[in-house]
Every structure is written in structure tokens, then in C-alpha cells.
Ligand binder design. Sequence first.
Ligand code: PRP
Length: 207
Amino acid sequence: MDVLVVDHPLAKDRLSTMRDARTGSAMFRAALHELTVMLIYEAMREAPLRTERIHTPVARTDAYRLADPPLLVPVLRAGLGMADQAHKLVPDAQMGFVGLARDEETLQPTPYMESLPESLAGRPVFVLDPMLATGGSMEYTIRLLTGRGATDVTAICALAAPEGLERLEAAGLPVRVVTASVDERLNDSGFIVPGLGDAGDRQYGTV
Ligand code: PRP
């Protein structure tokens, strides 16, 4: 499984703002927005292009357009904080939604909503979720996507735990991961260490 760690200084800076317990919700959301731009930018480095001929005010030249914009799938709630920025970079993308809440005791994902195109055969898909912890939520989401025919899935995560990456690898799913950091480990409560706490709560408050 391919794992791309985007360790650009600007990405490290924004991730550090997100990690800092003193960072309030507004600043946390702003840092996640900016980090998302960097992650999507790197994730799309090899994206196929189509060419067309255009006129500049001076001459004829080739113009390049995305041949196959990915379906963007934020995982609610926390992934919502990545959706708008990803969409701004890829304005022609369609967006689907998956809603999952991780049970705090069992750490199992409980699905509460799903809005996806019926067929994803031949379509690249970007799943947006700030955290890959045990990997249960991501595995569940990818199985929903592969069940609809997806074979090209990219997980865009602000940070990831080694345990979550190992789980996805062991599941043999067609996924690559783009993240700003692979952290040390999970603690006994299933939180990433050092991590940033709960990305949903830090953006939107505890419910
Ligand atoms: C968090 C996070 C991921 C998931 C990661 O969401 O945003 O979706 O947990 O954990 P996992 O890899 O162990 O499955 P949470 O369930 O807390 O919901 P929220 O986004 O509504 O806060």
C-alpha cells in the first residue's frame, strides 16, 4: 500500500497548530483548511490531464485540464472541515457523503448516513477524514466504495496511526494514503499519540 507523507514545512506548521491544545476551534478549522489544500495538491500530482488548443492573447498553445476529477467523499463529521477546500481545488468534482460515529467504548464505526453515486467503476475517489486511528472508519468507508465498483481510492488524512495503516494494508483494499504525519501509536482509548485529540470536537465542539 502506498503511503505518501507530505512533510513540507508549511504542512508541518499547520499540523502543529492543529496539535496544540491551546488552539481554539476557529484557528483549528483554518489550519485544517490550509493543510487540506496541501494534501490534495500532492495527492493530485499524477492526475491525468487532457489537452486542448487555446489562444492566449499572443499565440496558440496547449491548455491542460483534469481528465478525470475524483469523487470527493468527506466522512462526517470531521471530514466536513476538508470538503470545501478540496472542492475549491477541484471544482468539477462530484461529492458524496458518508456519516460515521466511532463508538467510544468498542471503537467500532456506527454508520448513520450514506449518499454516494450508484456506480463507482472506473472513477477515482478521494476519502476525506482528518484522522486515521484504528482504521475502522476508513476500512468501512472503503468497503462501501469498493462495493460500488471503486478500484482507485485515496485516503486523505491530516494524520495517521501506524495501527490504522497496518489494518488497511492487511485488508488488501485498493487504497493509497496521503497524510501529513504517521504518528507514534494509539493509546488505550484509541486516540492517536501525540495526535491532536478529536478532530470533530476540536472543529465543532463536543456533542
Ligand atoms: C473520528 C475521525 C475518524 C475516526 C477515526 O471520528 O474523524 O472518522 O474517528 O477513528 P478510527 O480510525 O479508529 O475509526 P468520530 O467517530 O469521532 O466522529 P466525528 O467525526 O463526528 O467527531
